[in-house]
Ligand binder design. Structure first.
Ligand SMILES: Cc1ncc(COP(=O)(O)O)c(C=O)c1O
Length: 400
């Protein structure tokens, strides 16, 4: 069986696609809208990119703001969450002895950006371990807050962890950090469309998020939310015309961030269409989309855990539409356990090459050192997770 929604995506029918999490996946209607926007731009590029672009970006901000629970004025457009993270880390000034705190579950690229920013200032990155498997989000909150002391100038933390799919308790963590005078950069790469957001209530100084994952917009569509009292600290990563603008009709934050040189803005401009498209596809709109994906990933996880003969590694309430499971360690001998040149686990490669299943096997810092992560989006069907469970059995991957 296939999902009744699968017809809206051009995904390869020969592949069991259980990795929406890595790069999203764009429905045909959204790609058509992007195409329409690009054609409009190319009919009169100067009108579109010079006279109209600010108004067009404002319209996107006004559609996206309520969806994110954010004042539209506080949103800047960036190409991806990695750029959002770098914009903040390279905008801020650190001094020797300062600490940037990250967790051991931090996304590798984000952690690298923190290390880069720290090194050039003589500051250091400190890593706090948070558990997985885990039975209670309070254990994560307590571990993080226990590591926040007067040397910490910034906490960088994922909202939803890439490898484990865990939704971290960022509301309580941001509140605890704020009480200790420490700003937080939340990497919400996976959050919009996967979980409900209220960025104003969250109150983090900095929050970056992708639209090209769970909102299914074209790739290159993300935002950086900067709290008003921090906006003057964060110039864009690319300095352009806005830097010496004398305009006063818009905030400096908008003037500087809205133009970082010529680029194709269509991935951002499709956001309002994508938001509406999901509302129209599923009765109940976005809450129903999120609930559908959440239920589906939990069922997929149940099937995979049964095949692996393991306990579920965290409560379902700590997940959105990503879920990970520990796998037996890689075979130690005979070359069967070698990573391929792209750094992919041999099981990852076999699941695709032999079983035609696109699903990531990720390294993990603690035993058994690797995780299997599944995703659920409208295009997925429970039978796809049954196929994965069968493949795990065929690969004799039981932990028992
Ligand atoms: C937590 C986290 N941060 C950042 C990223 C990077 O996203 P992008 O490649 O769109 O910048 C990802 C991607 O999966 C992620 O999971």
């Amino acid at each position: 069986m296939t999902s009744p929604y699968a017809k809206h995506w051009d995904l390869d029918p020969e592949v069991v696609f259980l990795n929406h999490g890595s790069f999203g996946g764009c429905p045909r209607a959204v790609l058509d809208e992007q195409d329409r926007i690009r054609r409009e731009m190319e009919r009169e590029p100067v009108r579109f990119l010079h006279r109209e672009i600010e108004g067009r970006l404002d319209a996107v901000r006004h559609a996206l703001g309520p969806f994110l629970g954010a004042d539209p004025d506080d949103l800047a457009f960036v190409t991806n969450a990695t750029t959002g993270v770098n914009t903040v880390l390279r905008g801020l000034s650190f001094a020797p002895g300062d600490r940037i705190l990250v967790t051991n579950q931090e996304y590798n690229a984000t952690r690298n950006a923190a290390v880069f920013a720290a090194r050039r200032a003589g500051a250091e990155v400190v890593v706090v371990d948070i558990p997985f498997p885990v039975d209670d989000p309070a254990k994560i909150r307590d571990a993080v807050l226990a590591a926040v002391d007067e040397r910490v100038k910034l906490l960088v933390i994922d909202h939803i962890v890439s490898q484990t799919g865990l939704i971290l308790p960022v509301q309580e963590i941001v509140a605890g950090c704020t009480a200790r005078g420490v700003d937080v950069l939340v990497d919400g790469a996976h959050a919009p469309g996967q979980i409900e957001l209220d960025l104003d209530a969250l109150g983090a100084a900095y929050y970056t998020a992708n639209c090209h994952k769970w909102l299914c917009t074209p790739k290159g569509s993300a935002i950086l939310h900067v709290r008003k009292d921090r906006q003057d600290r964060i110039p864009p990563l690319v300095i352009s015309h806005g830097a010496n603008s004398t305009r006063t009709d818009r905030s400096r934050f908008r003037i500087e961030h809205d133009w970082c040189g010529t680029t194709d803005p269509s991935p951002w401009l499709t956001v309002p269409f994508a938001l509406r498209w999901f509302e129209e596809q599923v009765e109940g709109g976005w809450p129903a989309v999120r609930a559908h994906n959440h239920e589906l990933v939990l069922e997929g996880r149940r099937l995979c855990c049964a095949a692996l003969e393991i306990e579920e590694p965290c409560p379902g309430s700590m997940l959105g539409s990503l879920a990970s499971m520990p796998l037996p360690p890689r075979p130690a001998r005979d070359g069967a356990g070698e990573l391929n040149p792209l750094g992919l686990d041999p099981l990852h490669v076999r699941l695709f090459d032999v079983h035609r299943i696109e699903v990531p096997v990720m390294p993990w810092p603690a035993p058994p050192h690797r995780l299997l992560r599944i995703s659920a989006q409208l295009h997925n069907h429970v039978d796809q997770y049954r196929q994965l469970a069968d493949a795990l059995r065929a690969e004799r991957l039981t932990m028992g």
